[in-house]
Design a protein around this ligand. Structure first.
Ligand SMILES: [Cu+2]
Length: 211
């Protein structure tokens, strides 16, 4: 009698856990297909890096890539400065996974002003560890490949405006969209975050689907 009760409890327990596991697996699969479509392979585009070396986007294949689009002169607190602060947070959260299994890549869309020295200084200001977080620009003759990259990731400049800086100099600023792109190990773009669906937590959870 007692033995039958124990067997009964055993069966109920197994069914309970198997059901839970099946539900969890189904949930994970639907999350994966729902969240991460395939927007195709990143372009064959060569840009200049913060260390003054050229790099092709496809050279980064094999790692999960988090692309962000910025320009160093941006003073719009809700855009580039915020995105770079968020990248600094991601650098902390992902820690040693970066450099090995994943990379942060900030791409400047201001090739006239953002020289390698400029974006290097910009990276330093945000506490970038250059083994984990790279900065790329179209400066010095790489504008065609930069434009190819911006088209692929749907980065656009809507217009320009003049801003007077502290030193009295007038600077041209851009109205631009917010864009972060998540790229898998095969170099395929799997998600494009705009302003409305961006958060560091969401990005981290999506990165973990790919890692
Ligand atoms: Cu900006």
């Amino acid at each position: 009698m007692e033995r039958n009760i124990l067997i009964g409890i055993g069966i109920v327990t197994v069914v309970f856990f198997a059901g839970g596991l099946a539900a969890f697996t189904l949930f994970s699969l639907t999350q994966q297909t729902k969240k991460l479509p395939d927007f195709g392979e990143i372009p064959d585009a060569t840009l200049l890096r913060h260390d003054n070396k050229t790099v092709n986007l496809r050279d980064y294949k094999g790692k999960v890539l988090i692309f962000g689009f910025i320009y160093a002169s941006c003073r719009d607190a809700g855009f580039c400065p915020l995105l770079s602060q968020d990248f600094a947070k991601i650098q902390d959260i992902l820690g040693d996974k970066l450099g090995k299994d994943a990379m942060l890549i900030s791409v400047s869309f201001d090739p006239k002003r953002d020289s390698p020295e400029m974006i290097k200084g910009y990276g330093e200001a945000y506490g970038a560890d250059f083994n984990k977080w790279h900065f790329l620009t179209g400066y010095g003759g790489y504008e065609t490949d930069l434009n190819k990259t911006l088209d692929f990731f749907d980065v656009y400049i809507i217009g320009t405006y003049q801003m007077t800086m502290d030193d009295g100099m007038n600077m041209t600023m851009y109205y631009h969209n917010w864009r972060v792109g998540l790229v898998d190990q095969n170099g395929h773009l799997r998600y494009k975050y705009g302003k409305s669906d961006w958060s560091v937590d969401q990005l981290i959870s999506d990165v973990n689907l790919l890692l």
